[in-house]
Every structure is written in structure tokens, then in C-alpha cells.
Design a binder for this molecule. Structure first.
Ligand SMILES: [Zn+2]
Length: 687
């Protein structure tokens, strides 16, 4: 049996940056777009106002596969040339003059803008949403791949009724264009890079909050999810108030909106004032302990300053986005959950970074090709250490000066370091060499920092030096993360000696969860404790307990299935999918319904479900066997827009393809595939 694996991705993007034109400055854009779900096209018009800084005979915009009509500079028809990804306009542009460029266009975005749920019969699941970073807004709007071109973008979005539209900026008005279409108008007051443009169209209700400073915070949710609003958005206002206070610079945009969407590419994306996040973070209160939105919530909000207000010049300065967002999210979590939470989180990431570094795979924070572990976690560490070295007051004063000096501009690592050097009146070249430019992770300094600040980390290092793990340690005072670290340090002994059984009744749910995961075989004497875990307040614990009990006590299988038959579990339906698998394999349980359970499990592989649900269902069915419906859903998944899911599906197809019987069945189903799916599957037949 394969367990569900967690995919932790806050949004990591391949590095590629557009070319910046320094003789013109684009100031404002009035944009109107209408996405057309039936054809997958976008009809748009945009008027740019730009200032020419120096005489120049052409300007360009990035624009992928667009058809233009009515191009005008001022009132004159503009002459232009076009390639697959760029449009160049020719004129004798005079330095010091301001021009207006307007164009109508049609785009057919292959990426960046996604239509979901328009081809099925399920009511109200239709969505259209964008992802600019790493995907380029220039697929749906002629704009700028270079992050250095910041423009005040005012969006007007035309959508079918009765869908809701969410976009960057303050809502201005909505106007009915016809029986079936409305135009939604939004106003931005300040400039941003093109990759931060965003909109979402779908069926949503909203919860409105206000920060202590008066900023409107709008949390969107699907109409059927009203009971999940509280656990999903828990602590939102405290996070917002904390970050404003901690950063020392007022939230820079007119409002803040958070919108969940289906099958999102990452955990979340910090579009200006408009965070879009994966609806797999929309949870009930039991799931809160297993997987919640708090960290992503704080991370994307921190980006509103670090990334959106001040934006990196290019990928060499990516630390200024991800390291900062990660660090400030940890600070927000410390504010909510306490010091132990903070230091143990840093302890855990330090272990990973140390391993990577000692294996010779360490990376410098200034390397534009560094991994997400480096940019996010080493990046957060670098800030924790910097603050420790210069002191709270100088650190915060420097951050404030940095944000105020470069607001709405682009920045380099040096720009930031200079501001801290100034506020701390110190030379940071030693720090920069060790923490930013070096590929190794300075474990000794990190460890000293943890030992200095966290009593439970100190205690851990004392106990971890012992010969043996002692169960009474778990009954002593100490945070769960400390106890879990001890269990981790002595895991071999604990498994070998069956000590995990003694932890099944621990008062802390995290220890109970770790215990049931580590239990090899369950003896009768511990059955009641393990059975109690079927109702523990964690879906991960429930899932593990169900599987271990079902395996250990065949005579009680029916009872276990009866007890858990109504549980769905996490948003990826972890408990339900395991339950169906076990029900299928339990001959004495509801024998007349075995086929129905198999069909239900297969149904979860369909595009009507999020890719996380589909992936888990494929994991079970891949071992059990796929029927034709499952195979069709699998072949459809090979061209899904989420690369993690696509990769998984392609691997499973390869695995099945090597079995002649499966190969023949899949080929027999080719006639039911669409063009894109068929094109991919045909690449198999030539190999
Ligand atoms: Zn981020």
C-alpha cells in the first residue's frame, strides 16, 4: 500500500526573465478582456500610456500568439511587426513626450489562463483563473515579461452572468452588457509588474473583514463551503495586523482578497492584492491539524510587501521574495502559536539544509537556479541570523527604510544589505559571504542560534546524546515538536523494541499519530487504544489507524469499516479512498456492493475531481487494476496543466504500457481521446 505523499510547493518557478527596455517607461494601462470558455480564446483591448525617456524608433510588448487589429498610436494607425511572442511598434518616438498606444487583439492562451468545468454537466463548478509568475501574463494580455516594467493596470473583465469576478484593485462598478454578460471594472492606484496581474471568474460567496488599520480583507469561498470558512481562514485578521505591525510599513494596496480555485498549480500565488490559492486548503476543523492554510496565508500576504511592493530586478535576487515571505510567515506563526513552534520549524529546515550541504549539494542564495529549499528555507534562516546579528531595532529600522526607499521599484540584494548596514552602522560583508554567496549551510551558527534561543532545543541536544530512548521522557514537560524530534532521533530503537505501542495513548495527538505510524504489528492488548484512534481529531491519524487495524485484526474488519463509512477525510479524500479500497478487499463486508465501491473509487479519477483526489485514487487503482473508465481518465491526466499530476499520470501510463494486455486495451480506447491526449499517447506507440 502506498501512503499519500504530501506535495509542499508554495509556488516555485523556473527562472527566465524578459528583456527590459530602458528608453521608455510604461505608466498606465486600461485593459478590457473577455475570456470565451467555448473556444478557449480571450478577446481584449488595451490602451497603454507611456513616456519616452530618450529618442527611440521602436517599442515592444511581449505577446504570445496573438492576432492584432486596430493598432493606434494616438489617433494614427501604427506600423508594427510581430513574432510568435512579441509585437514591435515603429515610430519616431521623441524623448520627453508621452504617447498612447491602443490595440484590439485575440489570444488563445496555452498557459497562464485556465478554463475549468465548462465542458461537464456539473452546475456551478465553472472557473476561469490566471497564474502569471513563471507562466507569463503576455499569453492573455500584451504586457511585459521583464519584472522591471511596472505599470498601473486597471482591469475590466467581461464575464457571463451570474459568475463573480475577482481581480487586482478596488471594485469600481459592474455593468450589464446584455442578458448574459456583465463588465466588472477594477481600479489600481499604483504600479506593479505584469506577472502579478490576476483575475478569477467563478461562483463565490464572500466574507468581509477589516484590518485594525482599516484595510478591507475579502475571503472568497464556494457557496456550498460556508461551514469551512472559519477553519480555512482562521487567524487571517491576526496575521494581517501582525504583519503590518512587524514590518512597520502600512499594507501598500487598496484591499486584500483571497480566492481558492480548483486544480491550482501551486499552493498559493501573491498577485497584487489578490492571492489565489489551491482549494485543497479549504478544510473543515478536523483537517485543520493535518493541513491548514495558515502558513500559505501569511506567506502570500508577506509577499504583498516583499515581491509586490519591492520587486527583484531578476532571479539573482529571488531571496528578496521567497526568503522574506517564508521568514515573515514563520514570524506570524510564532505570533499565533508561540516560540517553540518557530524554533522547531527552523530546527527542522536546518536539518534538511545541513544534509543537502554536507552531501555537497548546497546552493548559494544568490544563485538564480537555486532550489526552492534554498530560496525559501535557507532564505528564511539568513534573515533570522541577520536579525540576530544586528539586533531587533536595527533590523526593523533597516527593513522599513528599504521598503520606503524602493516602494513600487525594483531591487537587488545589495540594496537591501546597504539599508541594514546603514541602520546597524556595521559592515555586513562577512555575513554576506557566509550566508548569501556561499553554497554551504552554516550549521554551527544555526545550531548556536537555536541553542541560545530555545530551551527545548537545548534539552533535545542533551537527550539526543544518550544511548537509549526512555519512554518517561514523553511524560516530561516539553512541546510536541521536541518530543517528535526525540522520537525521530531514536526511531530505530523505538520500532525494534515496540515502544511505539506504549505511546498510542499519549495525551498529545501528534505523538499518538507518530506512534500509530511507527507501529509494526498491533497485538490484541493494544487493540482498544488503536481503535480509539479511528475517532481521533486528525484525518491522517484516522487513515493510518484504519489501515493498521484492518491489517492486524481480520475478524474485526467489518466493524472497522462500519465505524468509518461516513468519513471523507482531507480535501484529497484520504480516508474515503482508503476505505473504498479496504471495502473492496473485505469479502465478507457488503459483498453485493463490491462493484459499486470499485466504481466509486474509479469515479474519483475523473476530471470532475481535483487532481489531488484523482492522484490518490490512481495510486490505489494502479495496484488493484484499472477498468476502461479509469484508463480513459488516466490518459486524460497525461495532458493536465498541473505538472506534478501530469508527471505522475505519465509514469503510471508508462508502467501499464509495458504490460501487453494493458497496452492493447489502451490502444483500443484511443478513438475516445481528444486531440491533445491522442497526440501524447501516440508518442508511446512509436517507441
Ligand atoms: Zn512565495
Amino acid at each position: 500500500m502506498r501512503t499519500v505523499f504530501a506535495i509542499i510547493l508554495l509556488g516555485f518557478f523556473g527562472v527566465s526573465y524578459g528583456q527590459h527596455q530602458d528608453k521608455v517607461d510604461f505608466l498606465h494601462a486600461e485593459v478590457t478582456v473577455e475570456p470565451l470558455p467555448d473556444t478557449g480564446e480571450v478577446k481584449g483591448s488595451v490602451t497603454y500610456t507611456f513616456k519616452v525617456l530618450k529618442d527611440v524608433d521602436s517599442v515592444f510588448l511581449d505577446a504570445h500568439d496573438m492576432v492584432f487589429e486596430k493598432l493606434r498610436i494616438g489617433k494614427r494607425r501604427a506600423s508594427f511587426s510581430q513574432t510568435r511572442d512579441r509585437i514591435v511598434l515603429f515610430d519616431r518616438f521623441k524623448g520627453g513626450k508621452t504617447y498612447r498606444l491602443s490595440m484590439d487583439y485575440t489570444a488563445r492562451p496555452k498557459q497562464t489562463l485556465y478554463f475549468l468545468g465548462w465542458q461537464d454537466d456539473v452546475p456551478d463548478n465553472e472557473q476561469i483563473w490566471t497564474q502569471g509568475q513563471g507562466k507569463y501574463t503576455s499569453h492573455w494580455l500584451p504586457s511585459f515579461d521583464a519584472m522591471e516594467e511596472k505599470v498601473e493596470f486597471d482591469l475590466n473583465i467581461i464575464a457571463r452572468r451570474p459568475y463573480e469576478v475577482v481581480a487586482n484593485g478596488a471594485f469600481r462598478y459592474r455593468k450589464a452588457l446584455s442578458e448574459s454578460r456583465s463588465l466588472w471594472s477594477f481600479d489600481m492606484k499604483d504600479p506593479m509588474s505584469s506577472y502579478l496581474l490576476a483575475f478569477v471568474i467563478g461562483r463565490y460567496d464572500r466574507q468581509e473583514l477589516r484590518s485594525r488599520s482599516g484595510v478591507p480583507i475579502i475571503n472568497y469561498y464556494y457557496p456550498h463551503d460556508s461551514l469551512k470558512v472559519e477553519p480555512t481562514y482562521r487567524h487571517t485578521q491576526r496575521i494581517f495586523d501582525f504583519l503590518e505591525e512587524e514590518i512597520g510599513v502600512a499594507y501598500p494596496w487598496q484591499n486584500y482578497k483571497q480566492v481558492p480555485v480548483r486544480d491550482f498549480l501551486y499552493a498559493g500565488m501573491e498577485n497584487t492584492g489578490t492571492t489565489i490559492f489551491s482549494d485543497t486548503y479549504v478544510i473543515d476543523s478536523t483537517a485543520f491539524v493535518d493541513k491548514n492554510y495558515v502558513n500559505v496565508n501569511a506567506h502570500e500576504l508577506a509577499h504583498q510587501w516583499f515581491g509586490d511592493l519591492v520587486t527583484e530586478k531578476d532571479g539573482k535576487h529571488h531571496w528578496l521574495h521567497e526568503g522574506f515571505a517564508t521568514y515573515y510567515a514563520y514570524l506570524a506563526e510564532r505570533h499565533l502559536f508561540g516560540d517553540d513552534h518557530f524554533y522547531w520549524k527552523l530546527f527542522e529546515t536546518a536539518q534538511e539544509l545541513r544534509q543537502m550541504s554536507e552531501a555537497g549539494r548546497g546552493q548559494a542564495l544568490t544563485d538564480p537556479k537555486a532550489s526552492s529549499l534554498t530560496f525559501y528555507e535557507k532564505g528564511a534562516w539568513a534573515l533570522a541570523i541577520l536579525r540576530d546579528r544586528v539586533g531587533d531595532a536595527a533590523y526593523r529600522k533597516g527593513v522599513e527604510a528599504y521598503l520606503n526607499k524602493y516602494r513600487f521599484k525594483n531591487v537587488t540584494v545589495q540594496n537591501f544589505i546597504r539599508e541594514i548596514e546603514r541602520s546597524a552602522q556595521t559592515d555586513l560583508s562577512g555575513y554576506t559571504d557566509k550566508w548569501l554567496s556561499s553554497t554551504s549551510f552554516p550549521w554551527e551558527e544555526a545550531k548556536a542560534f537555536l541553542l541560545k534561543n530555545s530551551p527545548s532545543v537545548r534539552l533535545f541536544f542533551t537527550k539526543a546524546g544518550s544511548d537509549r530512548f526512555l519512554l518517561p521522557w514523553l511524560r516530561e514537560a516539553g512541546p510536541p515538536a521536541y518530543k517528535k524530534a526525540l522520537i525521530g532521533a531514536f526511531e530505530d530503537q523505538i520500532v525494534r523494541e515496540g515502544q511505539a505501542l506504549e505511546m498510542l495513548g499519549d495525551p498529545n495527538w501528534e505523538i499518538r499519530q507518530r506512534a500509530i505510524q511507527l507501529v509494526d504489528s498491533l497485538p490484541e492488548a493494544h487493540r482498544p487504544q488503536a481503535e480509539a484512534l479511528l475517532a481521533d481529531k486528525s484525518y491522517v491519524t484516522q487513515e493510518t489507524a484504519l489501515y493498521k487495524l484492518w491489517s492486524a485484526f481480520p475478524e474485526h474488519r467489518t466493524a472497522y469499516l462500519e465505524r468509518t463509512k461516513d468519513i471523507q477525510g482531507l480535501p484529497n479524500k484520504n480516508v474515503r479512498l482508503l476505505w473504498l479500497t479496504l471495502a473492496i478487499f473485505t469479502q465478507e463486508y457488503q459483498p453485493g456492493r463490491t462493484q459499486a465501491y470499485f466504481n466509486e473509487l474509479t469515479g474519483y479519477t475523473s476530471p470532475l475531481h481535483s487532481w489531488e483526489v484523482r492522484l490518490t485514487a490512481f495510486q490505489y487503482l494502479g495496484e488493484m487494476g484499472l477498468d476502461d473508465t479509469g484508463l480513459l481518465n488516466l490518459m486524460a491526466a497525461t495532458v493536465h496543466h498541473s505538472w506534478q499530476f501530469k508527471k505522475y499520470a505519465r509514469n503510471l501510463v508508462d508502467q501499464l504500457w509495458s504490460d501487453p494486455a494493458y497496452k492493447k486495451r489502451m490502444e483500443g480506447l484511443f478513438k475516445e481521446l481528444n486531440q491533445e491526449e491522442l497526440r501524447y499517447m501516440k508518442t508511446k506507440t512509436y517507441n
